[in-house]
Write a protein that binds this ligand. Structure first.
Ligand code: FES
Length: 296
């Protein structure tokens, strides 16, 4: 599990970058690249030169002593020298948490059913109606959130009606992949909490994972937790009481959030390996081109 050390608020860091700090025995250099704070070792692999005092050109900082270069995102040298790597550190100074619940938002109006191109991004409903509160979800999922925890009760083997109402409205995100090959969600992690006293949790979790994977999310190991007392547990007052009183469930939720965040941290350090072109054949709404052409 990661050890976290407080460096200051995001604004405080932005006012100081680039700078070096020492945590235990490690010298750490903090940079601002492409609007994002990054942290790598301050000590150059060559003779320990202070990278925080180097010149930043694009993604690469040049060591002020003898000119070795490192990406401030991946810690690696430029192409051809990329086996030379300094340690990279995750910055929780970039971390903000937001919870959305009981939002008041409109139903999907079924534009997609009329024509696939009529379901647009940004969603036509939010564009027309400033009161529509799904804007907060769209902005979180597509723009600023790196890790998303989705929680729903289970009823008759399904998620809540509110969840499905949201899923319908998220079609505009997935539809951008279908009609324009625009993947709006990349390198983000989702995990799930399902609460309720009845069965079919695995089927529901499978269905939720499929949907969120089609939006572009990926998952940590053991990506959901759920609580089921089984078929005969209709005494809901006891179910709620048991869930609320359970330290084990509280700890499991905390660990799920930590697993999701740790997994995102690993991905974030390896972004250069992740953003690769993707053959669309065999994916939703994509024909096997060669066969279609042969038939035509
Ligand atoms: S110490 Fe950095 S290039 Fe020599």
């Amino acid at each position: 599990m990661a050890d976290w050390h407080r460096l200051g608020s995001k604004d405080e860091l932005l006012a100081r970058v680039p700078f070096a700090t020492k945590i235990e025995r490690n010298r750490i250099a903090v940079f601002l690249y492409d609007g994002r704070l990054t942290a790598i070792s301050d000590a150059c692999n060559h003779k320990g030169g202070p990278l925080s005092e180097g010149r930043l050109k694009g993604e690469f900082v040049t060591c002020p002593w003898h000119g070795w270069e490192y990406s401030v995102v991946t810690g690696k040298g430029p192409a051809g020298y990329d086996e030379e790597q300094v340690p990279v550190y995750a910055l929780a100074g970039e971390l903000k948490a937001d919870t959305q619940r009981s939002l008041n938002f409109r139903h999907c109006e079924g534009n997609y059913s009329k024509a696939s191109h009529a379901c647009t991004w940004p969603c036509a409903i939010t564009e027309r109606d400033p009161e529509d509160q799904l804007t907060a979800v769209y902005e979180g999922l597509v723009h600023w959130a790196d890790v998303v925890l989705i929680s729903t009760p289970i009823r008759w083997g399904s998620a809540s009606s509110l969840y499905y109402k949201m899923a319908e409205r998220l079609n505009c995100v997935q539809n951008q992949i279908t009609i324009r090959n625009r993947v709006l969600i990349r390198n983000k992690v989702a995990a799930f909490i399902i609460t309720g006293g009845q069965d079919n949790i695995q089927a529901l979790a499978g269905s939720m994972m499929t949907f969120w994977s089609e939006l572009g999310f990926v998952f940590p190991q053991f990506p959901f937790i759920a609580h089921s007392r089984g078929w005969d547990a209709e005494d809901m007052q006891n179910n709620v009481r048991q869930v609320k009183a359970s330290d084990a469930l509280r700890e499991a939720s905390r660990e799920l959030a930590q697993r999701a965040f740790d997994f995102w941290t690993i991905m974030d350090r390896n972004r250069d390996m992740l953003d690769k072109p993707m053959e669309r054949a065999g994916r939703k709404a994509n024909p096997i081109q060669d066969i279609e052409e042969a038939i035509v």
